[in-house]
Design a protein around this ligand. Sequence first.
Ligand code: PAF
Length: 291
Amino acid sequence: MRTAATVGDLRRALAAYREQGQRVALVPTMGALHAGHLSLVEVARRRAGKVVASVFVNPKQFGPGEDLSRYPRDPEGDAAKLREAGVDLLFAPSVEEMYPAGFSTTVHVAGVSEGMEGARRPGHFDGVATVVARLLGLVRPDVAVFGQKDAQQVAVVTRMARDLGFDVEILVAPTIREADGLALSSRNAYLSPEERRKAPALFRALLVGQLTYELGERKAARVLEAVRRALSTEPALVLDALDLVDATTMQPLAQVDRPALLAAAVVVGKTRLIDNICFGGPAAAPQETPR
Ligand code: PAF
């Protein structure tokens, strides 16, 4: 595996791949890699001859008071895992390399980025869209892979890539879970053993929501109420957000009459965990979003 810390090094490596006629896949990450990230690499490897992974903790997507300074970082461990997973090129730029002096562009994706996590974390999706647009512009991949765990991010990036005409397929890889259902996340590292034991109640509550739908309930309010009730049985998890939205537009649903995303955020101790589940439509994994 080669490592590029600068845009120049990245371009040289990419030029060689293109000369060889290789398809290129991009897996953008913020590091602190776990099996969920490595599953994105696996999807990428199936779809392209060369896989580029980026590791960059993007300051633009953290709000004031969020966990930028304590976000877990493990550059050596990340490099070892990516090498082992078969990544060809690791792009690990500094903040100055990613956003050189004079960098003045912000990408705002209206609508899809504005509700849910976008409303609760102002500026977050502008930061995500800006860094992903820069990465797509620098790497010009044939395919870019994102995880379903960050479902609204997927919707934002997909809309942005379409609107700005990036010639890339956005692939969505399914959420990887621990045996007890907890979605893998870099933030799980913050949980105490006791919090870790209780955290799977989040996914169980989402499953109650899905079951309520599958048993015939179509009123969104009733599905949400069932999730709230299930979560209230585990007081260590404080519900921070709960949404039932159209899976593509991220607009709230009154009736579950189309593919829907049920998404929740809870606070466990000092850690905010998110998770989601899709129902009401075909579930394909990994799922390709048409350009
Ligand atoms: O999902 C993430 O880790 C980040 O939001 C991403 C897509 C790498 C952009 O910084």
